[in-house]
Design a protein around this ligand. Structure first.
Ligand code: NAI
Ligand code: MG
Length: 326
């Protein structure tokens, strides 16, 4: 069966790591993907006035899944609508410390299950008057229930404990609803879980991440806590993610366009390649997904490594090593 994949490299290192992931997927003989590339981001905006051209939107909507690299300044105009286009309600962000890397916390094995449609990222902001601005935080029972169900299922399938992150002591109404709804889902399933105030959780994740597994979070908390987790496992070049909907999905690294290293050919392709592995899982190619993760893990351990991990190898050299390992 051929799967139609929309490929949107975007800006900066997105242009460098996205072809690396495609190269790895093409090296797997047991899967058949048809890749179609489209533009999004700062560069296409400068050219056409639009960061997310209709044609790119349509391609992602019609594809079986999308691989997205990164956008620059226009990120919010690209990735937020793209997540909507694929109907994604859940953002899965694993943060794993790989053997052989100099991780701050080598026993880290976390998966953030981030609500992907609302919270403060709903984009409802206004300037009431000069010098006074507001942002409306939207939390609904429906979206909270959906993300909690997804998180509890994911934890059960993959053998993780569950923590529900919230700040219901301050945001009593919005996070009160999020917390109550997520707890009810856990109780309905007879599942064990913990709850944690998200600020204290940030500290605990740094000090003793091994005590946590799946962390179910509201949107902004999931964005921030997963970047924090990137820091304790060795950097943003390592964190993949999946934006999952009922029928469609988009896979992207957690990192952005990294303008400080863009164009140098030294971006770490691991996050993007691991995102492609999540796409393999999504289509039910679990064995192939595991093979790609094992290949990345092996290259991370024995090298070559890109400069963010202390090496001096290029993106291409690391990608070639992963393909060899496969
Ligand atoms: P960033 O993730 O692009 O970079 C943060 C730091 O991590 C930089 O020092 C960068 O060199 C390093 N880094 C990130 N990915 C790396 C990789 N694969 N290999 C080696 N080093 C890597 O985040 P930053 O600097 O906050 O944002 C830069 C631009 O990216 C901004 O314009 C922002 O809007 C955009 N952005 C886009 C996102 C998206 O498209 N989903 C997500 C986050 C930021
Ligand atoms: Mg982010």
């Amino acid at each position: 069966m051929t799967h139609e994949i929309a490929v949107i490299p975007g800006d900066g290192i997105g242009q460098e790591v996205t072809p690396a992931a495609v190269e790895v997927l093409e090296a797997i003989e047991t899967v058949d993907f048809e890749f179609t590339e489209a533009d999004a981001g700062d560069a296409v905006k400068a050219e056409t006035g639009e960061a997310l051209p209709q044609e790119t939107r349509d391609l992602a909507a019609d594809a079986d899944a999308t691989l997205f690299g990164a956008a620059g300044e226009t990120a919010a105009d690209v990735i937020l609508p793209l997540r909507q286009v694929v109907g994604s309600f859940a953002n899965i962000r694993p943060a794993v410390a790989y053997p052989g890397l100099d991780a701050l916390q080598p026993d880290t094995d976390l998966v953030f299950i981030r609500e992907n449609t609302e919270g403060v990222y709903k984009g409802i902001e206004s300037e009431i008057t000069d010098g006074v601005t507001t942002c409306t935080r939207v939390i609904t029972e429906e979206a909270s229930e959906k993300i909690a169900e997804f998180g509890f299922d994911y934890a059960k399938q993959n053998g993780y404990d569950v923590t529900i992150a919230h700040k219901a002591n301050v945001m009593r109404t919005t996070d009160g609803l999020f917390l109550d709804t997520a707890e009810a889902v856990g109780q309905d399933r007879g599942a064990e879980y913990d709850t944690a105030l998200m600020d204290a959780l940030a500290m605990h994740l740094v000090q003793r991440p091994e005590e946590y597994g799946v962390v179910i979070c509201p949107n902004l908390a999931g964005d921030m806590l997963s970047d924090l987790a990137a820091g304790i496992v060795g950097g943003l070049g390592l964190l993949p993610s999946a934006n999952v909907g009922e029928e469609n999905a988009l896979f992207e690294p957690v990192h952005g366009s990294a303008p400080d290293i863009a164009g140098e050919g030294v971006a770490n392709p691991s996050a993007m390649i691991l995102s492609a592995a999540m796409m393999l899982d999504h289509f039910g190619y679990d064995e192939e997904g595991d093979r790609v993760r094992a290949a990345v893990e092996s290259v991370l351990e024995s090298g070559p490594r890109t400069p963010d991990l202390g090496g001096d190898a290029s993106t291409d050299a690391v990608t070639a090593a992963v393909v060899d390992e496969l």
